[in-house]
Design a protein around this ligand. Structure first.
Ligand SMILES: *[C@@H]1O[C@H](CO)[C@@H](O)[C@H](O)[C@H]1NC(C)=O
Ligand SMILES: *[C@@H]1O[C@H](CO)[C@@H](O)[C@H](O)[C@H]1NC(C)=O
Ligand SMILES: *[C@@H]1O[C@H](CO)[C@@H](O)[C@H](O)[C@H]1NC(C)=O
Ligand SMILES: *[C@@H]1O[C@H](CO)[C@@H](O)[C@H](O)[C@H]1NC(C)=O
Ligand SMILES: *[C@@H]1O[C@H](CO)[C@@H](O)[C@H](O)[C@H]1NC(C)=O
Ligand SMILES: *[C@@H]1O[C@H](CO)[C@@H](O)[C@H](O)[C@H]1NC(C)=O
Ligand SMILES: *[C@@H]1O[C@H](CO)[C@@H](O)[C@H](O)[C@H]1NC(C)=O
Ligand SMILES: *[C@@H]1O[C@H](CO)[C@@H](O)[C@H](O)[C@H]1NC(C)=O
Length: 333
């Protein structure tokens, strides 16, 4: 009992010590969107004395955002904490009364986003790019009806969790570029907005597999970017009963598209650098593109048409015929 108590006190002391240690911080305040920067020096608490447009904390040292450390009671649109060694955010760190347009915590050392951290934050966009985030607890972004855009680019996220965004029905844009995703699971986006088309940016990961049910529960998709992954195929289900307006799958290992794509209302398709793409399928894409007036970017591939004795050249947004290159025997002499 006594030992436990000692351990408890020791732990409590370590955490509160960390919290007491916040030395001087230099804040930069922009009163309006185009006013000059003003310096404010504070200790312990990040707060504003007057209404402002933008509050910026950059190149400071604040390894842990402790309970109550950010207290914004005045009007504010943009709050940024950049390159300030933030490694930990305690639930209850933010007390922010106004609805922010943007809360940005970039170039820091975050590894885990805990549940409840954003519970007292009303922000339309939260940008946690350029950290080392590998864990986002299930409830971290729950119950947040103000939230519309979440950016998690340049982190170490290994999975999209279908349980994120419970009761946060307005999230329509999710950006997880340059992470470590290997697959998109079933129902991955089921809690995202259904009242507007989604924008999903999942390029530069290692995605090999998209579950056929990955988009189950989602409506239309305005933008789906999957460039720079390891996809060999796309499941046909993602094109059924749904419009995907723009699809980018450049730099993958695709061989063909599912037939249903050619009946979809796709408006723009990019699949540059899929060097093994099947020539029969390329012909189907060409027919579809002409018929449906789709904006297109083809991989650079030459296909032989033996029957008509021509080569079809596919290159960027162009296709053209050239005569079959027959090796002439006379040339040798
Ligand atoms: C604010 O502080 C920084 C660093 O201390 C200094 O370089 C800069 O000139 C200051 N800016 C203003 C507007 O006072
Ligand atoms: C923070 O440091 C970087 C690199 O030294 C510099 O480019 C940037 O202007 C600094 N930001 C502020 C707000 O002082
Ligand atoms: C971060 O701040 C350090 C100094 O505090 C500076 O050397 C470095 O260039 C900054 N990095 C960025 C990305 O601003
Ligand atoms: C997040 O959830 C809490 C609790 O439901 C709520 O008070 C807060 O306003 C929400 N924040 C946003 C960004 O909607
Ligand atoms: C979200 O709201 C539900 C219902 O009000 C509640 O049970 C749950 O604990 C809330 N989640 C978080 C993370 O606040
Ligand atoms: C697509 O919608 C039609 C008509 O609403 C429905 O009959 C069909 O089951 C749906 N297909 C899928 C795969 O959800
Ligand atoms: C290309 O696809 C067609 C039709 O799907 C198939 O018959 C053919 O074997 C494929 N060609 C190659 C080289 O895989
Ligand atoms: C192909 O792309 C070029 C430049 O990106 C553009 O000017 C041209 O209109 C496009 N052609 C077609 C047929 O879409």
């Amino acid at each position: 009992m006594y030992i436990l108590l000692v351990v408890f006190i020791a732990i409590a002391r370590i955490s509160s010590e960390n919290c007491d240690e916040i030395s001087q911080l230099n804040l930069i305040v922009y009163k309006t969107i185009d006013s000059a920067a003003e310096n404010i020096t504070t200790s312990a608490i990040i707060k504003l004395n007057d209404d402002a447009f933008h509050l910026l904390l950059a190149n400071q040292s604040i390894p842990r955002l402790c309970v109550n450390v950010v207290q914004i009671m005045n009007e504010l649109s943009v709050l940024q904490i950049i390159n300030s060694s933030v490694a930990d955010i305690d639930p209850g760190a933010f007390h922010i009364i106004p609805t922010l347009t943007l809360l940005k915590i970039n170039f820091n050392l975050l590894t885990t986003i805990k549940s409840g951290v954003f519970n007292n934050v009303k922000a339309k966009e939260i940008d946690l790019s350029r950290n080392f985030i590998s864990v986002i607890e299930d409830e971290a972004f729950d119950n947040n009806t103000s939230l519309q855009v979440l950016k998690l680019n340049h982190n170490a996220i290994k999975e999209i969790n279908p349980n994120w965004f419970k009761n946060s029905h307005n999230v329509y844009k999710l950006s997880v570029i340059y992470n470590e995703l290997t697959r998109i699971p079933a129902y991955a986006f089921k809690n995202l907005a259904t009242n507007r088309a989604l924008k999903l940016r999942l390029s530069a990961n290692r995605i090999r597999e998209i579950d056929p049910e990955s988009f189950a529960g989602c409506g239309d998709i305005d933008i789906l970017r999957l460039n720079g992954n390891k996809l060999v195929s796309l499941p046909r289900e993602i094109f059924i009963n749904r419009t995907i307006r723009l699809l980018e799958v450049n730099t993958n290992r695709l061989l063909c598209f599912p037939d249903v794509l050619y009946e979809s209302k796709l408006q723009r398709l990019e699949f540059l650098e899929n060097s093994q793409f099947n020539c029969t399928c390329l012909g189907q894409v060409r027919t579809f593109v002409i018929k449906s007036k789709v904006d297109i970017m083809y991989p650079a591939i030459i296909c032989e048409d033996k029957v008509r004795e021509v080569n079809w050249v596919y290159n960027f947004n162009k296709t053209y015929e050239i005569p079959l290159l027959v090796t002439s025997t006379t040339e040798r002499f």
